[in-house]
Design a protein around this ligand. Structure first.
Ligand SMILES: [Zn+2]
Length: 452
């Protein structure tokens, strides 16, 4: 049995139902599961961390991302474009993705996430170039295992190209038959729904303007047969709303309801342009929303009504989205963005630092349908991160660790990240991956893709 003892914790933020915090406590993790939380734990563990200066938080959970886009972030040409124009420039560059590019970008984005306290991540991968092998998500899974991050890869898809009235070019769309066969293959090969699972497959047609109605219908039937969750982009922009009204004669959520894409096993990325009736429907059906405040601000897509959603009981999690629309994979920065954005719109009481942390932990766990992640409690998995309180950016601000994490500077690279009881970031560095080599590989592949 593998055991890790974290002792003398300066302050432990549990995010349990009572939002309890403990000072001078210890945690024991055995075979990936938290088995004891107490002031003193007297055992001989395989590894011991003395956390006397550390604030300890539950691992953050990222509920929407496009890791391959790390290779095309910050391209000058698209910096001042809204979503549809931005996509039209980027689709041809993305059509040059190779297995090496997908593997490397997953290491890169996953590495950034781990270094900023994220222990579980979703990735929504939907670009399958015609001249490449169909096993690109397998490359992502290989990279996630190497990093040691808990992973929910979404088998994305695009089946409606320009010639059928969609947005993407022909070179990156697949037939419904190809898509559904691969969805089934991935579920049967990888999906693990046990407590403590490191890998769960999600089915995720890309958006209403890039897939056909039949594919949406068939995907949700397949997902429910296997008990896996479904995910897509929805209500991100007014352009998308106009597209749905014009092509389907319905607003986006009505369209999704018409294809049975609603319920606690479905969550949407963005969810900005819902009206009051639609919010009520989300609350009644417990359909979830992944809030992406940085991407929404950068692409000028709008502001999701998150404080109202939370008050109504709609499941809401947090996500970095991107990377071409963010352009980082930093969940602590994302919490800060959510915290600031909603205060401007909804007032000073709408979003506390603790509420932002709740979005990134418990809220996100709910979207993924998981009870074993999102808080530090006995019986849950050993996913957490630690920041050293003795830093320049925290000096003079020691009274509240959660506020310090969300408000103060100099806090974004964490000291330790632990996933399933294993140390994967130590003293701010990735443990299992050579960071220098990763940076060089990513820059080389990125230039090849951009220059064609
Ligand atoms: Zn997205």
């Amino acid at each position: 049995m593998a055991s890790l003892l974290i002792k003398n914790i300066k302050e432990l933020i549990t995010m349990d139902d009572q939002l309890r915090r403990f000072k001078n406590y210890s945690i024991l993790i055995e075979d990936g599961i938290i088995t004891e939380i107490a002031p003193e734990i007297d055992v001989e563990a395989d590894e011991v961390i003395d956390a006397k200066d550390m604030w300890v938080f539950p691992g953050l959970i990222n509920t929407h991302h496009h890791m391959y886009q790390t290779l095309t972030r910050n391209i000058p040409e698209v910096q001042d474009m809204e979503l549809f124009d931005w996509l039209m420039i980027l689709y041809p560059i993305w059509s040059r993705l190779t297995p090496e590019a997908v593997y490397t970008s997953t290491l890169l984005a996953g590495g950034e996430l781990l270094k900023t306290g994220c222990t579980t991540t979703v990735d929504h991968f939907y670009v399958f170039p015609k001249d490449q092998p169909g096993t690109l998500i397998d490359e992502q899974i290989r990279a996630a295992k190497e990093l040691g991050i808990r992973f929910h890869p979404c088998r994305g898809s695009m089946s409606r190209s320009k010639k059928d009235g969609g947005l993407p070019p022909d070179s990156v769309v697949q037939t419904p038959d190809e898509i559904l066969k691969d969805c089934q293959r991935l579920i049967e090969k990888y999906h693990d729904n046990r407590v403590g699972s490191m890998l769960q497959i999600v089915l995720a047609p890309c958006s209403p303007f890039s897939v056909t109605t039949d594919l949406l219908k068939e995907t949700i039937v397949l997902a429910r047969e296997y008990g896996v969750h479904c995910h897509t982009h929805l209500c991100e922009t007014k352009d998308e709303e106009n597209y749905c009204l014009e092509i389907h004669g319905m607003r986006p959520l009505a369209y999704m309801e018409s294809v049975d894409w609603i319920g606690p096993d479905v969550w949407y990325a963005h969810g900005i342009h819902f009206n009051n009736e639609e919010l009520k429907l989300l609350a009644e059906t417990k359909t979830g929303v992944a809030h992406c405040p940085v991407s929404n601000q950068k692409l000028a897509s709008g502001v999701a009504r998150v404080p109202e959603m939370l008050d109504m009981g709609i499941p809401v999690g947090l996500a970095v989205d991107g990377s071409a629309s963010n352009d980082s994979s930093n969940m602590i920065a994302e919490m800060r963005a959510a915290f600031l954005l909603h205060r401007v719109i909804y007032g000073i009481k709408s979003m506390s630092a603790e509420r932002a942390l709740y979005l990134a932990t418990r809220g996100s766990a709910q979207l993924l349908g998981r009870n074993d992640i999102g808080s530090i409690e006995v019986g849950k998995v050993g996913d957490l991160f630690m920041v050293n309180s003795n830093r320049l950016g925290f000096a003079g601000g020691q009274l509240d660790p959660v506020s310090a994490l969300v408000h103060c500077g100099d806090t974004q690279i964490v000291d330790y990240t632990i996933v399933n009881g294993k140390i994967v970031v130590e003293k701010g560095k990735l443990v299992t991956v050579d960071e220098e080599k990763l940076i060089a590989d990513a820059n080389r592949i990125s230039m090849q893709m951009i220059q064609g």
